[in-house]
Design a protein around this ligand. Sequence first.
Ligand SMILES: O=c1ccn([C@@H]2O[C@H](COP(=O)(O)O)[C@@H](O)[C@H]2O)c(=O)[nH]1
Ligand SMILES: O=P(O)(O)OP(=O)(O)O
Ligand SMILES: [Mg+2]
Length: 206
Amino acid sequence: MLTVFDHPLIKHKLTIMRKKETGTKDFRQNLDEIGGLMVYEVTRDLPLNEIPIETPLCQTIGYEMAKDVVIVPILRAGLGVVNGIQNLIPTARIAHIGMYRDEETLEPHPYFEKYPSNMDEAAVIIVDPMLATGGSSVAAIDMVKKQGATSIKLVCLVGAPEGVKVVEEAHPDVDIYLASLDDHLNEKGYIVPGLGDAGDRIFGTK
Ligand SMILES: O=c1ccn([C@@H]2O[C@H](COP(=O)(O)O)[C@@H](O)[C@H]2O)c(=O)[nH]1
Ligand SMILES: O=P(O)(O)OP(=O)(O)O
Ligand SMILES: [Mg+2]
């Protein structure tokens, strides 16, 4: 299932990120804030356990999260989304998948992976600001499934219709969340209108 957020705060912050004159500091801050706003909805169906508790007044039933949450940023750009989510789920574990996209072929190249031990039981949230051809996302989902993950969500900021179709066809069981579904991919595999190269804008490498 694809969910595209239609929230004024997300639209406002994403517009700041899209502007070419926005510098690294403001880019990162708005990415952080959008990550926090999106996670509220992304985690809406997380299972809860009922637990007996005692308030200062009486005994009652409270709730605690039934599953560990594992956030999986696709490096580098995905790192920019982690903080906003972690602020709201401080107990989340962080896995890492290192992947770059070949500039000519647009094929994803994994170079690093590290996971906690309980991927099979966890609610796994893969994050990458950009869903372009879908190659990186499909490869990352393949990798977490190999670790036994069954509850997987993909959270991106900006998506292209081409990439959404590729992920939906390869992994129909994975819910996709976007802040914006943009128009198309250009001949170099960049999302249009997009926001440019997310990794470079987060880390100031261009
Ligand atoms: O406009 C764009 C498009 C892509 N990226 C980076 O590439 C990957 C995703 O590309 P896929 O083609 O979907 O594999 C993503 O990790 C971004 O880092 C970008 O920054 N801007
Ligand atoms: O996906 P890429 O190639 O843009 O890599 P990075 O996110 O490290 O900039
Ligand atoms: Mg990337």
